[in-house]
Design a protein around this ligand. Structure first.
Ligand code: NAD
Length: 418
């Protein structure tokens, strides 16, 4: 893992890599490499003991040419201005890759939420929502959950916004609880698109996901659900990890039992359904057919990439490979199916949630899953077709080519003002 790689510079490098395959000049592309605006704010909030603490928070609005800014809110000690900027840019190109009419944004607070009570987290979240109020809105900017946030935080943000605006606007955030205007299928959506892309990837490469062995790094929302759904497709999930370590069984793990164990104990280490414990690096370099990084960015740097033994990587996390790792893996013919396609299920079902909120009409889970399947399979086919037609060296660059062309065409059709 590399802490020295700046994710915002990685995003800009990814856009540069795509530029050779785009009919656009450098000055036009420069405008697509920076956020339109970034809110930086400090939240001073009362703690349970009567003291006050100040938290730095950000919201980056990267680009809204194709629709309202859209993207999650992360609570993590390593949140930084550049991380939020990168994540907001990845949202723009993710929404464009899967062709949903949204732009890209992202937010975060520098905080370790495990150190705060629920009442403190509610006050911190409501303080952030108050700062966000002038920027967000159903047609402006629509936050969602990300690392260490979920339905609870989204409900607080929605309630704060609606109270201050004296309105009802359930579409101001997505990823809400069903009772608060959430969508069926949203919790599983990111893992589901990872599983769909894994299935399509093996098929495209001439094999079958049902015969594959799989290692998953990160066992939160995205990773644990991807693992469960990939196992349901017949694959053997042989290793999974979280920040406490990795567990391994060459015969295949029971992913539901592992999740239950993590829910009960707070970590995967000590899981009695596994035969061995591994280090994080051992998991990433395991002799498995498919590797799914589902933790944080920069998990695989060039050094780890040289030892990766999987033939296929499907990125559930945002930005889990450094640009150097990408180069090493391309040289070694490891097929990398990029984050802006593979984990786009989350934002796609967020989009469905927003559509349902605007229509005040709920879809069944079956409808949500069928529409998601269609969006992801169409995007997969479009991406490999561009990859083959233009002889692009890797699928990530092909995804950026598809996505940037769509953003540019939104500008061309709509004009640019001023
Ligand atoms: P989460 O907080 O639910 O889970 C993160 C998991 O990663 C936890 O199990 C944590 O223990 C583990 N982890 C952290 N550091 C690790 C390390 N060094 N080694 C192994 N495991 C480690 O978060 P999430 O929502 O599942 O998000 C994970 C990734 O997926 C992030 O990059 C996020 O941006 C991306 N993502 C999430 C969604 C979504 O809908 N949740 C959508 C798109 C992308």
């Amino acid at each position: 893992m590399s802490n020295s790689v700046n994710p915002f510079e990685s995003l800009q490098e990814q856009i540069d890599d795509a530029s050779a395959y785009l009919d656009a000049s450098e000055d036009v592309l420069e405008g697509l490499k920076h956020p339109q605006r970034v809110l930086e704010t400090n939240l001073t909030v009362e703690m349970d003991d009567g003291s006050y603490e100040t938290f730095r928070a950000y919201r980056s609005q990267f680009n809204d040419a194709r629709g309202p800014y859209k993207g999650g809110i992360r609570y993590h000690p390593n949140v930084s201005r550049d991380e939020v900027k990168a994540l907001s840019g990845w949202m723009v190109y993710k929404c464009a890759t899967v062709d949903i009419p949204l732009g890209g944004g992202k937010g975060g607070i520098i905080i370790d939420p495990a150190e705060y009570s629920e009442a403190e987290l509610e006050r911190i979240t409501r303080a952030f929502a108050t700062e966000l109020r002038p920027l967000i809105g159903e047609d402006r900017d629509v936050p969602a959950p990300d690392v260490n946030t979920g339905q609870r935080e989204m409900n607080w943000i929605k309630d704060t916004y609606e109270t201050l605006e004296n309105t009802t606007a359930p579409g101001v955030v997505t990823g809400k609880a069903i009772e608060s205007g959430g969508s069926e299928g949203r919790v599983e959506a990111t893992g589901r698109s990872v599983a769909i892309v894994a299935r399509e990837a093996f098929d495209y490469l001439g094999s079958d996901i049902a015969d594959a062995t799989v290692a998953v790094q990160g066992y939160g929302n995205a990773g644990s659900i991807a693992a469960k759904l990939i196992e349901e497709q017949g694959a053997d999930v042989v290793a999974v990890s979280d920040s406490s370590g990795a567990v391994y069984d060459p015969e295949g793990l029971d992913t539901r039992a592992a999740k239950e164990f993590k829910r009960e104990t707070g970590s995967l280490t000590g899981f009695d359904g596994a035969s061995e414990e591994l280090s994080n690096r051992e998991l990433l370099t395991l002799d498995a057919d498919l590797l799914v990084p589902a933790a944080l960015e920069n998990a695989i740097d060039a050094d780890i990439a040289r030892d990766v033994r999987a033939d296929v990587i499907v990125e559930a996390a945002n930005g889990p490979l450094t640009p150097d790792a990408d180069d090493v893996l391309a040289d070694r013919d490891v097929a990398v199916f990029p984050d802006i396609l593979a984990n786009a299920g989350g934002v796609t079902v967020s989009y469905f949630e927003w559509v349902q909120n605007r229509q005040r009409f709920s879809w069944t889970e079956q409808r949500v899953n069928e529409e998601l399947e269609r969006v992801i399979v169409d995007a997969f086919d479009g991406l490999v077709s561009t990859f083959e037609k233009q002889s692009i060296p890797n699928l990530r660059t092909a995804a950026y080519v598809v996505a940037i062309e769509r953003v540019l065409s939104a500008y061309e059709q709509g004009g640019r003002w001023p």
